[in-house]
Design a protein around this ligand. Structure first.
Ligand code: CU
Length: 165
């Protein structure tokens, strides 16, 4: 009996160790992000730069706004988004469904320093610019947002409308 309970508490301790370990991994941009792969299918897919039909410049500012905040594209179109940070603090542009963005917002609250290297996201330092090349394969709306804590809440969001043609 005592041998069994010792074993049980050892397993419990081990489980706790791994729980703490994986929480840290999330901060390094590890496992917490694996769920994005399926989301990419519902909003389109990473584009090939050579196939981009248009470049759209999106400016981000410390007024917590994207300019423009509404972008119109055609279904199937590959867009090169040039994302400029005109502010003095870090901003980012995340493409996703509303649901996915809200989920990610919660992760960002826990790990505000996380940097993004997925194809549907770009983190941009003050005064710099970044790029997302994306193919919008489904008609409808694709949301985008800055998920630096407090920014989305202040209205830093926008929408890409994907037309049928
Ligand atoms: Cu921001």
């Amino acid at each position: 009996m005592s041998a069994t309970s010792n074993k049980a508490s050892a397993l419990l301790a081990l489980g706790l160790f791994f729980a703490i370990g994986s929480a840290h991994a999330g901060g390094d941009h590890g496992d917490a992000h694996s769920h994005h792969e399926s989301v990419e299918m519902s909003i389109g897919k990473p584009g090939v730069a050579a196939k981009a039909t248009r470049t759209v410049v999106v400016e981000m500012g410390d007024d917590m706004r994207f300019k423009p905040s509404a972008i119109q594209v055609k279904r199937g179109e590959t867009i090169k988004l040039v994302v400029k940070n005109l502010g003095k603090i870090k901003h980012e542009l995340n493409l996703g469904t509303q649901k996915e963005l809200l989920e990610h917002l919660e992760v960002m609250k826990k790990y505000p320093d996380m940097e993004h290297d997925e194809p549907n996201k770009v983190t941009v330092a003050p005064g710099k610019q970044g790029e997302i090349v994306w193919q919008f394969t489904k008609a409808g709306k694709v949301d985008f947002a800055c998920l630096v804590p407090g920014h989305y809440e202040a209205g830093m969001k926008g929408v890409v409308t994907v037309g049928k043609k």
